[in-house]
Design a protein around this ligand. Structure first.
Ligand code: ME8
Length: 681
């Protein structure tokens, strides 16, 4: 289709130093919802996401894991349950995926760096200052908060090395104007933060190369330097369209971006450094940067190092992808922080999806089928008067005044509210407030449920001769209101809306943006088919405990399969070793020690002719009766010890290791042909 308006939208490119969590999922689902909304409106959308794969942190992590940095990131990006798998699972509709290790991006960055160097905006100097490794950020002394990184609060390192600098200071005035006098940065509250914290104290030139590590894009005219990871990362938005490379060819079509969606802690990079780089390159600036809030857990930011991340795989597998997508968009106002909790998730599913939306769809389709079979009778659809009322009510802000009392008023109220929905929804979506758009949709859904109660179709159905036409009209109105809500919910819960459309019998033409503003677009004779229950109600306690079990299982699976204690460095001389008397012993009797959960009491034949008693804390791993008759290994010259009032003379030898975080113990069981008392040496 020619002449469609291009719309270019991006997420940040994710840093694959660990698996992604629900916070990353939030950001990508929000961007996906906006991208789908623009597609619904008929725009020619380019939706970009990807991964930002260079930098010291990844180099360090790869070294710890004993693999190359490229193998390390490959596993997290392409591997099972990695970044790409997660976006597939979450039904993310990105048109392109960039990896900053892609060849075309690497060579484009070298050209971009050289361009800025050639035009005098990059020069060589010495970097002295502070560096936060986890954030890959340089800071000046004055920017630190209590001596630590102002973003993550962690300690910073002293850094001094030869480096290239970008003349950020040169662009300070233009950037201040961009932030203060235009709509470039949203929400507006983020502008003051940028201007007061970064621009007013004096914008310093930015260090844009490093020599102390090598996992980055080399500066091709000065080997030994790698390009600062943020210069490399930010440029993804244009290299992925073909800027300075031949891999893609749609820079002219899509640039400047309509919006970069980013988290609040990286607004600084997107609203100060990125525009300055583009000014230096002589390229147009993105039209907008939107800084969303964080999902918090117990009031703090989720992070792998704090061990408080929420795994989106577990939630999506347990509750369904659409339920999770919906929860993220419905619950947290997009520009602010929000507290994540499993209770809130379950509650939202029950209230909005099961009670409100699910009930509306299932009650409406079930009644249509029960009273009329597959299709409503002819003449049940929108009247000319209702169509006119809908048109009059469609303009945002207007709401028709309707006749007082009775079925006509119920109809008019439902129709007027639904007809104005698209306008109110659009206004919210254009302001990056998907939560408000959903609020509007749910007002209609709730009104439609009330309309069922007001009209009591089950009572009308008692006299089909007298009430049949009225009943059919009521059901048509309900199908029609549901259709419009489902159309506008498509960007949020695409798969569920497809199922709703199938149940309503809505043809393609009645699923469009245009038809969402036209009351009566559903054909009267649509084939209604009651389907599966889309959102079953959850039992809070049961769902929570199942979730906890799944999370515990996943935590366990993430632990190393087998761990053993490191070997001791300290040497023991031979004579000392020989002082330990290890003997084969045969188990004559074995029983649990009363009142102890841990101890087993062994009666052993040690070859001396006198029984030996040893107590051993291994009840967790062995049933006493299973050990009788076995030949074990014991050290027999330890001083006696009392446990639970019983004397233990020696210690049984066992092998100990950790498996998925749990200690495992195996007694050393010897061949039965070894006689009791045989010395071990
Ligand atoms: O910042 N709640 O990557 P990243 C909401 N590579 N959003 C969250 C979040 C949370 N708890 N945790 C993370 C980077 N995010 C850079 C971007 S772009 C040129 C380079 C968001 O993987 C975070 O705010 O650390 C950011 O927008 C995104 O996830 C990627 O974070």
């Amino acid at each position: 289709m020619e002449n469609r308006k291009p719309f270019y939208i991006t997420t940040p490119i994710y840093y694959p130093s660990d698996k992604l969590h629900i916070g990353h999922t939030y950001c990508t689902v929000a961007t996906d919802t906006l991208a789908r909304y623009h597609r619904l409106k008929g725009e020619d959308v380019m939706f970009l996401t990807g991964t930002d794969e260079h930098g010291q942190k990844i180099e360090d992590k790869a070294r710890e894991a004993g693999v190359t940095p490229k193998d390390f990131v490959d596993a997290i990006v392409e591997g099972p349950r990695g970044v790409k798998d997660l976006w597939k699972l979450m039904n993310i509709s990105n048109d392109r995926f960039i990896r900053t290790t892609d060849d075309y991006h690497v060579s484009a960055i070298q050209k971009i760096f050289k361009k800025m160097y050639d035009n005098g905006d990059i020069y060589k100097g010495t970097y002295k200052g502070k560096y936060c490794k986890p954030c890959e950020s340089f800071w000046t002394e004055s920017q630190l908060k209590d001596g630590c990184c102002p973003d993550c609060g962690r300690p910073v390192l002293d850094a001094e090395e030869e480096a290239y600098f970008f003349r950020l200071s040169k662009y300070a005035d233009r950037i201040q104007h961009l932030l203060e006098d235009t709509d470039f940065l949203q929400p507006r509250s983020r502008v003051n933060e940028m201007v007061n914290n970064f621009i007013k104290p004096g914008l310093e030139d930015l260090c844009v190369s490093r020599t102390s590590f090598s996992w980055g894009i080399p500066v091709d005219f000065d080997p030994g330097h790698v390009v600062y990871v943020w210069v490399d990362a930010l440029s993804n938005y244009i290299t992925a369209l073909g800027y300075c490379n031949d891999r893609y060819h749609d820079y002219e079509k899509y640039w400047p971006a309509d919006v970069h969606i980013v988290g609040k802690e990286i607004v600084r990079f997107h609203s100060i450094i990125w525009p300055a780089m583009l000014m230096s390159l002589g390229e147009p600036l993105p039209k907008r940067v939107f800084g969303h809030g964080w999902l918090l857990l117990d009031g703090g930011k989720m992070s792998k190092s704090k061990g408080n991340v929420v795994d989106p795989y577990i939630l999506a597998e347990k509750f369904g992808v659409d339920a999770l997508r919906f929860f993220l968009m419905r619950t947290f106002p997009f520009g602010s922080d929000g507290n994540f909790s499993n209770e809130l998730l379950i509650q939202t599913i029950n209230t909005d999806l099961a009670n409100d939306l699910g009930n509306l769809v299932s009650r409406t389709t079930a009644m249509a089928q029960k009273y009329f079979g597959e299709r409503l009778p002819a003449g049940c659809g929108a009247t000319e008067g209702e169509k006119k009322l809908a048109q009059d009510s469609a303009a945002p802000g207007t709401f028709a005044i309707v006749a007082s009392g009775g079925p006509k008023q119920f109809d008019a109220e439902l129709i007027a509210l639904t007809a104005g929905l698209r306008g109110r929804y659009e206004e919210a979506m254009e302001q990056y407030a998907p939560h408000r758009a959903l609020e509007e949709v749910f007002k209609v859904i709730q009104r439609a449920n009330k309309y069922i109660d007001e009209n009591a179709p089950w009572a009308l159905a008692k006299d089909m001769v007298a009430n049949g036409p009225r009943l059919a009209h009521v059901l048509y109105n309900l199908l029609e209101a549901t259709r419009i809500c489902a159309t506008l919910l498509t960007p949020f819960i695409p798969d569920s809306c497809d199922k709703i459309f199938a149940q309503l019998g809505a043809p393609e033409g009645a699923r469009t943006w245009e038809s969402a503003a036209v009351w009566g677009s559903l054909p009267e004779n649509a084939a209604v088919a009651k389907g599966e229950n889309l959102f079953p109600r959850l039992d809070m306690d049961k769902a929570l405990s199942e979730l906890e079990a799944a999370e515990a299982e996943a935590r366990k699976a993430a632990l190393p399969a087998v761990e053993t204690e490191p070997q001791l460095e300290e040497k023991v001389d031979f004579d000392t070793f020989c002082k330990s008397d290890f003997r084969a012993v045969k188990v004559k009797a074995c029983e649990n020690v009363k009142k102890s959960e841990k101890l087993l009491r062994f009666t052993l034949d040690d070859g001396t002719g006198t029984d030996r008693q040893i107590l051993s804390g291994i009840a967790k791993w062995y049933k006493p009766e299973a050990l009788v008759g076995k030949t074990l290994m014991a050290i027999v010259n330890l001083p006696p010890r009392k446990m639970m009032g019983l004397e233990s003379n020696g210690m049984l030898i066992s092998a100990v290791h950790t498996e998925h975080g749990e200690e495992q113990l195996n007694l050393l069981i010897l061949d039965d042909k070894i006689p009791a008392g045989a010395k071990m040496c």
